[in-house]
Design a protein around this ligand. Structure first.
Ligand code: TYD
Ligand code: MG
Length: 464
């Protein structure tokens, strides 16, 4: 199918030969848009045809005999970014960096290119959103290295391809992929057809000439990389840059990484001179944590690294039906589940109270291990008493809460406990660990964990 019309869903990228009111792929209404051109082209020369397509049967090669030259990674010398990438940028790879507007994508990529250029690598910054003058103004804030980055203010795919062929940089940033448009395609810039076509075309050149391409993309509210959902399987690595714009902390995590682990998280802080790495985020968050009622320190795991964060809760009586449940930094459904478990298994019923839960510092904790901290913070807020163990020592906690009120095992209990002890928090309340962990006060149920803290009714605290 060399030419002819296609109808592409702007939500999921499903393509159909005829227009329908409802997308057969994702079920959304009125999302199919006509797109002309070679939109069915596959992922841009990922695996070259060995036979040249001449009808001869290609011969499979045993993996042992496949040549895989070891390539040196390109270090951005932003340690947190290099770590999330799995040890630097892989030459010729394609990275999609997603994040909401204003989060600092241009700042991060500008700094990375500046460092790469200072290290002797050839780089190129393609800006489709801002003029070269605007890019310069930002670079002035980031320091001398960033000012040496060559910039191209361009939105045409064909022009960018030509520039890549001519310049052959080691690393190229496209900021952003949604602003690119291809002359051969109909549809507005940013539409699924255009984005997929543009990304495919740039990827193809990048792979061919060995340029690592970093595609910057905006994300929608629900966190998926807007439109370019379809890009997620085209690229080698998907990084998500998150945080609240008003807050200074930002986290970067890999959603997909063909060259490293996806569990790593980097933490940054936005300052006047650009993004600064937060090498010891636990110290920052614990230092800011209060010991007021409604505050609980959670031993979370961010990838392979333990991270202490403060979970805060506020419980306020209300007449509103249904009462409000506001969750920031944790999943709203898990909050609802913890509230229900508390009501059934030894905690208070908060059915006539507004409930707010917040992970301080603008961090997002996406693991079930946060459940117990949410429960303890809620109970502490409800009773108006600060969390401490029976002897009045400040404590930290972790653990998944099950529907029957049991505390469930979560990964790396020993690392979580060690991190809390490092900061003088302890004992650590958590689920049983399988083997003995020094400093862990293990409990089987939420009920028993509640009893062991001063947030519980006085009688229980006295009994302990
Ligand atoms: P930006 O990188 O332009 O975000 P994005 O490309 O993701 O849209 O920058 C986001 C914000 O960061 C912007 O509001 C200004 C602020 N900022 C600083 O606070 N310090 C700095 O040094 C720079 C360059 C930006
Ligand atoms: Mg930007």
């Amino acid at each position: 199918m060399a030419s002819g019309s296609q109808f592409v869903c702007q939500e999921c990228g499903h393509s159909a030969l005829a227009w329908t009111g409802r997308c057969p792929g994702c079920g959304e209404w009125n999302t199919l848009v006509e797109a002309r051109g070679p939109s069915t082209r596959a992922g841009g020369g990922r695996a070259r045809s060995a036979s040249g397509g001449a009808g001869l049967a290609p011969k499979p090669v045993p993996l042992r005999e496949v040549q895989a030259p070891k390539t040196e990674r390109l270090l951005t010398r932003i340690a947190e970014l290099d770590r999330v990438l799995g040890g630097g940028v892989v030459p010729g790879s394609v990275v999609l960096l997603g994040g909401s507007p204003g989060i600092g994508k241009s700042t991060l990529t500008g700094m990375a290119l500046g460092n790469l250029a200072a290290g002797g690598a050839k780089v190129l910054y393609v800006s489709g959103e801002e003029s070269a003058a605007q890019v310069r103004l930002r670079a002035e804030r980031l320091g001398d290295a960033s000012l040496s980055v060559p910039v191209l203010a361009e939105t045409s795919v064909e022009a960018v391809r030509a520039a890549l062929e001519a310049e052959r940089p080691a690393v190229c940033v496209i900021d952003s992929v949604q602003t690119l448009h291809s002359e051969g395609m109909t549809g507005a810039p940013g539409s699924v057809g255009q984005v997929r076509e543009a990304a495919g075309a740039i990827t193809e050149v990048g792979k061919r000439i060995g340029t690592a391409v970093i595609l910057v993309g905006h994300v929608t509210k629900d966190g998926s990389v807007a439109g370019p959902r379809v890009l997620e399987h085209l690229v080698d690595c998907v990084l998500l840059f998150e945080g609240e714009r008003e807050r200074s902390f930002r986290t970067i995590r890999a959603l997909k990484n063909r060259f490293g682990a996806t569990s790593e998280v980097g933490v940054f802080e936005m300052r006047s001179g650009g993004l600064v790495e937060v090498a010891d985020p636990s110290a920052r968050f614990v230092g800011e944590a209060s010991d007021a009622p409604g505050s609980c320190v959670l031993c979370a795991m961010e990838g392979t690294r333990p991270l202490l964060v403060e979970v805060q809760a506020l419980v306020a009586p209300t007449e509103i039906v249904p009462p409000r449940r506001v969750a920031t930094g944790i999943d709203r459904n898990r909050l609802a589940m913890v509230l229900a478990v508390l009501a059934r298994h030894g905690g208070p019923s908060l059915a006539s109270a507004d409930v707010f839960v917040n992970v301080a510092g603008g961090v997002r904790v996406d693991e079930p291990g946060a459940d117990l901290a949410v429960a303890l913070a809620l109970v502490s807020a409800h009773r108006g008493r600060a969390l401490a163990d029976a002897e009045g020592r400040p404590l930290a906690c972790f653990g998944e809460v099950g529907l029957t009120g049991e505390l469930r095992f979560v990964s790396h209990p020993e690392r979580r406990v060690a991190e809390a002890l490092k900061f003088g928090l302890g004992p650590v309340v958590g689920p049983e660990a399988g083997e003995a962990v020094q400093g862990l006060a293990a409990h089987r149920t939420v009920r028993s964990a509640l009893r062991a803290t001063t947030a519980a009714p006085r009688t229980a605290a006295r009994a302990a």
